[in-house]
Design a protein around this ligand. Structure first.
Ligand code: RBF
Length: 160
């Protein structure tokens, strides 16, 4: 498998906080693969099932609001946004992608809780398959590992 993502320090643990996986419903099979990748990554770093909530939204456009609320709820140490946006015949996907990226970034900055961008923005279905457990890896898994890294980093910075 081609390795394009970061390599996480193996010693990092998910800790005992709770993680929210906020997942869009569009492109269900790809989404299942991303959710599984994220959940397994959290479990492999010591998170119990009770520490992982999977919250569904209709489509990727709805991710920022749900992630914002999850981050502000005080229940979670990190929020992992997962979605699949595949280019169609109109520029619709451009509007979705820009809104989601900006919305998630703003939500993260507002709450101070890491919000991870696990949204595939692909031209073709093949590109999406490659990134949802195919030859370019699983971006859900990578987003979850990035969440763990950020949780540990914030702990180091704040001393909590
Ligand atoms: N949501 C996705 O998560 N992925 C998509 O590829 C996607 N494509 C869409 C294409 C069109 C033309 C429209 C109208 C919506 C699409 N959505 C997609 C849904 C969108 O994120 C949102 O749920 C709806 O627009 C309702 O706000």
């Amino acid at each position: 498998m081609q390795k394009t993502g970061p390599t996480l320090d193996n010693a990092l643990s998910a800790g005992d906080g709770r993680y929210a996986i906020v997942a869009a419903r569009w492109h269900a099979e790809l989404m299942d693969a991303l959710i599984t990748g994220a959940s397994e990554a959290l479990s492999s770093r010591g998170a119990k099932e009770s520490q992982i909530d999977v919250l569904r939204v209709p489509g990727s456009f709805e991710l920022p609001l749900a992630c914002d609320q999850a981050a502000q709820s005080g229940k979670y140490v990190a929020v992992i946004a997962l979605g699949v946006v595949i280019q169609g015949e109109t520029p619709h996907h451009d509007y979705i992608n820009m809104s989601v990226a900006q919305g998630l970034m703003q939500a993260g900055q507002k709450s101070g809780i890491p919000i991870l961008f696990g949204v595939l923005t692909c031209h073709t279905m093949e590109q999406a398959l490659d990134r949802a457990g195919g030859k370019v890896g699983n971006k859900g898994e990578e987003a979850a590992l990035a969440a763990i890294e950020m949780v540990n980093l914030l702990r180091t910075i704040t001393g909590n």
